[in-house]
Design a protein around this ligand. Structure first.
Ligand code: NCD
Length: 367
């Protein structure tokens, strides 16, 4: 069975199948009560969530399945120190598929390696959020027809916000252009920029203010400051905001999206504007997740694509990951795993969280 921890797990034809199936569920008004009769979905949420968890729960229930799990890790054995690996091994006996959200980058990949069940990431720390991206792409397909050649401005906290990492690479894969609007210290990580440019030959530019890209943006994707993941010095920086005045400067056909929750990045007065797409975007999350569960549980070949990472050896000659948000810092059984990619052969990265690793550290120490 496949896993979905990155959009890389989906081939181009998987993506097409997914969107086509989502169209079917959209047309049936999300009524398909016999599709996954009595199948059980375990929903393991180690971090707060409203939309992702509820839309997965709604999706499995609308397909005729059932749901179990936790949304407060404090009420599960995690509070006693149980690891991701042990929790996931045990869940295999209780369910037919798993959705998991966890605060550490790479945690969902670790979980996927400890289970035969189809496992879907609902977000791993500041790293990736593939099903939000599928929701975003589906909405864009429905409203703009095609994704190729769109210009999408992504604005806000591009550093610690995981939705924009999955989204930027997926957009580049499908031929869209990206414009980043982020304050200093919260810009898009290098591994995302490299992947957009070097792997997909895509275009990713940066501007200082939202006003600087209003003429070209077909879509403006707003995000909040991820205060819970940021150091004190960055918790109160000013990020781009859309309000009535900004609306008056925007093109009449630009769509405003947001993965939600919004804090203050979009003023309430924007909600009534026809360009505000975020609530409809979130509603489509149920349809997309119905299609995803339906395919993952029925088709063994679906979502079996691999991340294009190549192990580099000897791994001891690369420093261990120094990203404090990486799963290797929380769970000590997770191996140090340096990898390279075809588009970045000289820059080893941590296979779990994708942060760059320093080369030759042990050799230097020996000298
Ligand atoms: C996002 C998340 O959890 O990454 N929310 C979501 O799933 N729609 C965005 C956020 O928390 O800012």
């Amino acid at each position: 069975m496949g896993h979905l921890v990155s959009v890389d797990n989906l081939t181009d034809s998987d993506l097409e199948d997914l969107f086509r199936r989502a169209d079917v569920f959209h047309r049936s008004r999300q009524q398909a009560p016999d599709r996954l009769d009595r199948r059980l979905l375990a929903v393991l949420f180690y971090e707060p969530s409203t939309r992702t968890r509820l839309s997965f729960e709604s999706a499995i229930l609308r397909l005729g399945g059932q749901v179990l799990g936790f949304s407060d890790a404090g009420s599960s054995s995690v509070a006693k120190g149980e690891t991701v690996a042990d929790t996931i091994r045990m869940v295999a006996a209780y369910a037919d598929a798993v959705v998991m959200r966890h605060p550490a980058a790479g945690s969902t990949q670790v979980a996927a390696e400890y289970t035969e069940l189809p496992l879907v990431s609902g977000g791993d720390g500041a790293h990736l959020h593939p099903t939000q991206t599928l929701t975003d792409l589906y909405y864009l397909r429905q409203t703009k027809g095609a994704i190729e050649d769109l210009t999408v401005a992504v604005a806000g906290d591009l550093h610690a916000g995981r939705t924009v990492h999955s989204l930027a690479t997926a957009l580049a894969r499908l031929g869209a252009r990206i414009v980043c609007v982020a304050p200093q210290g919260l810009t898009m990580p290098d591994y995302v920029v490299d992947e957009v440019q070097e792997r997909f030959g895509g275009r990713i530019d940066s501007v200082d203010r939202l006003e600087d890209c209003l003429d070209e943006a077909d879509v403006i994707y707003m995000t909040r400051l991820q205060r819970e993941r940021l150091p004190e010095s960055l918790r109160h920086v000013e990020i781009p905001r859309v309000d009535a005045e900004m609306l008056s400067k925007m093109r009449p056909d630009t769509i405003i999206l947001h993965p939600l929750p919004r804090v203050d990045e979009i003023a309430y007065e924007v909600d009534e504007d026809l360009r505000a797409g975020y609530f409809e975007q979130a509603a489509g999350g149920v349809t997309v997740r119905m299609a995803l569960l339906d395919l993952m549980l029925a088709d063994e070949t679906f979502a079996t694509g691999q991340r294009p990472f190549k192990p580099v050896t000897p791994k001891e000659s690369y420093a261990r990951c120094d990203n404090p948000g990486c799963i290797t810092h929380r769970e000590t059984y997770v191996p140090h795993r340096p990898v390279v990619t075809d588009w970045s052969p000289d820059q080893p990265r941590c296979a779990w969280c994708e942060h760059p690793l320093v080369q030759g550290v042990l050799d230097l120490e020996r000298d």
